[in-house]
Ligand binder design. Structure first.
Ligand SMILES: [Zn+2]
Ligand SMILES: [Zn+2]
Length: 414
């Protein structure tokens, strides 16, 4: 990220000079307030230990019993992976793979990669294949959702606590510990550290003057490895081969397409049943809003609010906010301001929390299986709703904050 004493903000592209930071100090961008660098205080050996602890906790979480359920003497115990495999068994392929990927496989892959690269940094010697590993870690990060999954489990438990006896088994606690360790690892480990240590910027590095954006100085900043280089005639970073963002008009087209697909899928997601409950032989389908109303009627206000906000307000607000930003960029109105960057960041942060409802469906489907007496199955809206969450996340990634920052700059310059 640095060129001598200069740093480039990965969100708004602003070049600023940062003095030497003491341990645990952080520097924020003067233009958009995003954190751009931090002082020392974290050792690579510490990251090795944390990643290893995370992998061991994940191993324990998938090996032991996770939750058990009992109603009138009928019940069973599930393992963590059952939340995804039960969906696969019921032919909900997309949902099952999504749950398994976001809670177990991608976080596990990230931890293994972080362990491998931190080991290389701690030993001060590159390891075979570590460049390939470092290329793949940053794209995985937004899709790791173990923290959202825990909230989904808690919501599921509150939903059924009056109907059945549910016991939290040992793997539930190791999974919670694993999620905390995961947050600690993502907070302290950056794949760019690897490139900066083992592949010096050397001839590629461009010297930038602070107080202007890198783009205004005909340079590009690589978010994967932190290199700032002359952008002329380049489509990828010369150091790590990370592709530079596509031209603005293509990014806007892609974002529009993803947003429109998400908006269309909102209809089946909201009007079809997301879950069906079998109780004493009777099947009761429930839509998202039907579930919220039921929660209000049974007095579970906090859960009703969580589901209403995460499943109805957030997806619609996200599509609305991204559409509004696209419209501003498309029409070139001078209203594009740095406040828009904050709106964009908000859409990025809140989007993943909509997965709560999908995790609730997955956990309840795996857990509540007592034949005709009581059982839960996913409804047709579940896949549409999961697709809405994925498409809006992809739309936010495709829009790219640099586009907003560039537009702001063009208007400031004219
Ligand atoms: Zn900034
Ligand atoms: Zn790079």
């Amino acid at each position: 990220m640095s060129t001598a004493e200069s740093h480039v903000c990965p969100v708004c592209d602003w070049v600023c000079e940062v003095p030497h930071l003491a341990a645990w100090q952080r520097a924020r961008c003067p233009r958009c307030a995003h954190r751009i660098t931090r002082g020392g205080g974290r050792t690579h050996a510490g990251t090795v230990a944390l990643s290893l602890a995370g992998l061991i906790l994940l191993g324990l979480s998938v090996s032991f019993d996770f939750l058990s359920f009992d109603v009138q003497g009928r019940g069973h115990t599930i393992a963590l992976l059952d939340a995804g495999t039960v969906l696969l068994d019921q032919a909900f392929l997309f949902l099952g793979l999504l749950v398994l990927a976001t809670t177990v496989f991608l976080p596990g892959l990230y931890l293994a990669g972080a362990l491998y690269l931190s080991l290389a940094l701690a030993r001060d010697r590159p390891l075979p294949g570590s460049m390939t590993v470092s290329r793949w870690l940053s794209p995985i990060e937004p899709w790791m959702m173990s923290d959202v999954f825990i909230v989904g489990i808690l919501v599921s438990l509150i939903k059924i606590v009056t109907m059945a006896n549910v016991v939290l088994e040992p793997a539930f606690y190791t999974f919670c510990a694993y999620s905390v360790v995961m947050l600690a690892v993502t907070g302290r480990f950056h794949p760019a550290d690897y490139w900066q240590r083992f592949v010096p910027a050397g001839r590629w590095a461009a010297r930038l003057r602070p107080g202007a954006s890198a783009a205004a100085q005909d340079c590009a900043f690589c978010r994967a490895c932190g290199l700032t280089f002359a952008a002329a005639n380049r489509h990828a970073c010369p150091r790590c081969r990370h592709r530079l963002p596509a031209p603005a008009h293509l990014r806007l087209q892609r974002t529009w397409a993803l947003l429109l697909a998400a908006a269309v899928l909102l209809l089946p997601a909201n009007f079809l049943p997301i879950m069906a409950t079998v109780s004493l032989g009777y099947t009761t389908p429930a839509t998202i809003i039907g579930g919220v109303v039921h929660m209000v009627e049974t007095g579970s206000w906090p859960i009703a609010v969580i589901i209403f906000v995460a499943s109805i307000v957030v997806p619609m607000a996200k599509i609305g906010m991204l559409g509004w930003l696209c419209l501003k960029l498309q029409t070139g109105r001078p209203a594009a301001r740095l406040g828009d960057l904050r709106v964009y960041r908000l859409t990025e942060i809140i989007g993943r929390w909509s997965m709560i409802d999908i995790f609730v469906v997955a956990v309840l489907t795996a857990l509540i299986q007592a034949g005709q007496y009581m059982a839960v199955a996913p409804g047709p809206a579940a896949a549409s709703f999961a697709a809405v969450v994925l498409l809006t996340m992809l739309a936010a990634q495709s829009l790219d904050p640099l586009l907003i920052a560039e537009r702001h700059e063009n208007h400031t310059a004219t």
